[in-house]
Design a protein around this ligand. Structure first.
Ligand code: RB5
Length: 146
């Protein structure tokens, strides 16, 4: 794995810091793209910035956090080559890697506990894409957003 980029809006600083510490303890290189000042900010800019960083290398992964994870995942998915999966459960964190080859995990700091987020992140990073019948479908996603 290459780099893990992480980005958040003002609602998710505590969750972001917990994930970052958790991953750094495990030896991952984590690049924090903010927000860190806690001032109300625009999740759309943050999601796009994160996705643009992630798509520079196919081995990169991203973690996108806002209040619900919805806005930041919509923003990230505007970037060609970004596949952000919005998940709140371990099963979907696993499936979005296996079936969608998601390169960004999005979740909501106002909706799930920090411990749960750590579990989602571990699952996401430790699950491989299955390829096979999913390859063509993911290819269609990557080709379309022109
Ligand atoms: C911020 O209030 C909130 O709208 C944002 O964090 C996110 O939930 C948007 O989808």
């Amino acid at each position: 794995m290459n780099k893990i980029y992480i980005a958040n809006d003002h609602t998710a600083i505590e969750m972001k810091n917990a994930i970052k510490n958790h991953l750094e303890k495990k030896g991952y290189e984590v690049i924090d793209l903010g927000n860190n000042d806690g001032n109300s900010c625009n999740y759309a800019n943050i999601g796009i910035t994160l996705a643009e960083a992630v798509v520079t290398d196919e081995n990169n992964k991203g973690i996108a956090l806002c209040g619900t994870g919805i806005g930041i995942s919509i923003a990230a998915n505007k970037v060609k080559g970004a596949r952000a999966g919005l998940v709140y459960e371990v099963q979907t964190a696993e499936l979005t890697r296996q079936h969608n080859n998601a390169n960004i995990l999005a979740t909501g700091a106002r909706l799930i506990a920090v411990d749960k987020a750590l579990l989602l992140v571990d699952t996401f990073l430790n699950t491989e894409f299955e390829g096979g019948r999913h390859q063509e479908r993911v290819g269609t996603l990557d080709e379309y957003n022109k």
